[in-house]
Design a protein around this ligand. Structure first.
Ligand SMILES: [Zn+2]
Length: 433
C-alpha cells in the first residue's frame, strides 16, 4: 500500500479546466485535492504543510482518463495489424484469448498498465471479458492494477449469447454473483457491470445488467453501434437500432456508458442526451479497425457527457486520442473549427471522468489527486499550453505521474514493468500462432 501524502503542491505552470494558470497550488490529503487556487492564499490557508514544487519548465496537468480499454490486446498488436475486423477477431483475438492463464493476464496487464502510466493515463476503465471459469482471471487483472498504482474502473463483462466464444459465456445468475464477489473484495476498483454488446449478450442479460447497475449503484458499460452491421442485425431481430433497443430494454439511463456509438440515428443521439447516458469515443481504434467516425460534435452540442478510450491498445496514448478526436471531427465536417484543442483536452480529462462517474480529471478541490508533470520545453512560448499538448504533445513529455498524490511513474520503466516485458516475450512465443 502506498503512503498517501498530505502536502501542498506548488506549480509554476498548470492547466486547470484547460486554462493556463501561473503559480497555482493545491493541497493533497487522503488521496484527494482538498484545497486549490492561486498559491499565496492556498499557502496562507494551509500553513506548515510540506511543499512539493514544480518549476516553470514543468507543466502540471490532470492525469488522463482512459474510458475504455482491453489491455490484453497489446498481445495482438503488430502481427495482426491491417486485417479486416472479422479476420482480426476470428484469427487473432479468438485464437489468443482461450490460451491465457491468470499468470499470463497478470503480466500482460502489468505491461499494459505500466505503458499507460508512462503515457500519462492515471485512470483506466478496463472492459474485461476474459471470464468464464470464475474470477481468477479478473483477479489477476485487478492485482496488476493495484501493483502498478493505476486508478481502475473495472467493467466486468457479461456474455451469454451464441455469438460469444463458449469459454466466456455465463448465465445471468453466475455473472451477477461473480460481479458482486469482486465488488465486495475490491472496493477500491470501481467494479461495474458490462454486458458485452447487443450481439454477445442476450436481451434478458442486458436488462438484468441495467437492473444490477441501479441496485448496486454502479455504471453499465456496453459496446454499441461500432459497426454498421449491428444496426441492421438488431433492426431485423428486434425491430430497433442499438441505442433505441437499449432504451426499450430500460437499459438507457445516466448509468449507461455506450462504447463507440458511431452508427446511430439523429433520434438516437437525442435519446442519449435525454436519458443522461454517456458515450466513450475511441478514435485511434476506430481508425485502426476501419470502423467509422462518431459524431462527437453533435453529441457534444446535445450535452452528452463523453470520454476517450484506447480500446484495442495498439498504442495506449490519450494524447494521441485527443488529437485524433479533434482531427477526425475536422475531416468528418470538413471544418477546421470543429472540436478544438480545449474541447479535446476536456474529453481526455474532466469530461472523461464525469462520463465514468468518478471525481477526477481536474486540479480542483474535490477531485482525486491524480496529476502529471509534463516536460513543457517543447511548447512554443507563443502557443497556449492546451494546444501544445493536444496538437504537438508526445507521451515522452510525461516526466512523472501521481495517483492519489502518490508518485506511480518516475520517468522511466519500473523494475516490475521491465520484468513484465521479459515475461511478455515468453507469453507471446506461446500464445501467438
Ligand atoms: Zn471495446
Amino acid at each position: 500500500m502506498r503512503t498517501l501524502p498530505h502536502e501542498l503542491v506548488r506549480c509554476a505552470r498548470a492547466l486547470v479546466g484547460g486554462e493556463t494558470r501561473h503559480d497555482y497550488a493545491f493541497v493533497v490529503r487522503d488521496g484527494r485535492i482538498e484545497d486549490a487556487g492561486d498559491y499565496a492564499p492556498v499557502a496562507e490557508r494551509n500553513p506548515r504543510l510540506s511543499a512539493r514544487s514544480f518549476p516553470a519548465d514543468r507543466l502540471i496537468v490532470p492525469g488522463f482518463i482512459n474510458g475504455h480499454s482491453h489491455a490484453y490486446q497489446i498481445l495482438l498488436r503488430g502481427w495482426a495489424d491491417d486485417w479486416t475486423f472479422a479476420k482480426w477477431r476470428s484469427d487473432a483475438l479468438y485464437r489468443v484469448v482461450p490460451q491465457l492463464t491468470p499468470d499470463d493476464i497478470y503480466w500482460t496487464f502489468i505491461a499494459a498498465f505500466s505503458e499507460m502510466l508512462s503515457a500519462g493515463i492515471t485512470t483506466v476503465a478496463e472492459f474485461f471479458y476474459l471470464n468464464g471459469k470464475g474470477n481468477a482471471h479478473a483477479e489477476a487483472a485487478l492485482r496488476a492494477a493495484e501493483e502498478t498504482g493505476i486508478r481502475l474502473v473495472f467493467a466486468r463483462a457479461w456474455m451469454d449469447a451464441d455469438y460469444a466464444p463458449p469459454q466466456f459465456r455465463e448465465s445471468i445468475d453466475v455473472a451477477q454473483a461473480r460481479t458482486l464477489e469482486l465488488m465486495h473484495a475490491y472496493p477500491w476498483a470501481n467494479v461495474c457491470v458490462a454486458p458485452h454488446s447487443l450481439h454477445a449478450a442476450s436481451l434478458e442479460m442486458i436488462r438484468a445488467a441495467a437492473d444490477f447497475a441501479r441496485v448496486y449503484d454502479c455504471t453499465m458499460h456496453v459496446h454499441a453501434a461500432e459497426a454498421s452491421y449491428e444496426g441492421r442485425a438488431t433492426l431485423e431481430a428486434h425491430g430497433a437500432t442499438p441505442i433505441d433497443l437499449l432504451d426499450r430494454l430500460d437499459a438507457l439511463d445516466d448509468r449507461t456508458i455506450a462504447i463507440h456509438a458511431i452508427y446511430i440515428t439523429e433520434e438516437e443521439k437525442r435519446l442519449l442526451a435525454e436519458r443522461g447516458a454517456r458515450v466513450i469515443h475511441n478514435p485511434m481504434t476506430n481508425q485502426y479497425l476501419g470502423d467509422g467516425i462518431c459524431d462527437v460534435s453533435q453529441l457534444q452540442a446535445l450535452g452528452v457527457p463523453m470520454g476517450l478510450g484506447t480500446d484495442a491498445d495498439v498504442k495506449p496514448s490519450l494524447i494521441d486520442e485527443m488529437r485524433a478526436a479533434s482531427l477526425l471531427q475536422k475531416i468528418a465536417r470538413t471544418d477546421g473549427s470543429a472540436l478544438g484543442a480545449r474541447a479535446a483536452f476536456d474529453l481526455g480529462t474532466a469530461q472523461g471522468a464525469r462520463a465514468l462517474r468518478i471525481d477526477a480529471g481536474d486540479l480542483t478541490a474535490g477531485n482525486a489527486a491524480d496529476f502529471l508533470a509534463l516536460d513543457a520545453s517543447a511548447i512554443d512560448p507563443w502557443t497556449p499550453e492546451v494546444n501544445g499538448v493536444v496538437y504537438r504533445g508526445q507521451d515522452s513529455w510525461v516526466q512523472a505521474a501521481f495517483v492519489g498524490g502518490a508518485r506511480v511513474y518516475t520517468g522511466e520503466p519500473s523494475p516490475l514493468a521491465r520484468l513484465a516485458q521479459q515475461k511478455l516475450k515468453e507469453i507471446s512465443q506461446r500464445v501467438i500462432p
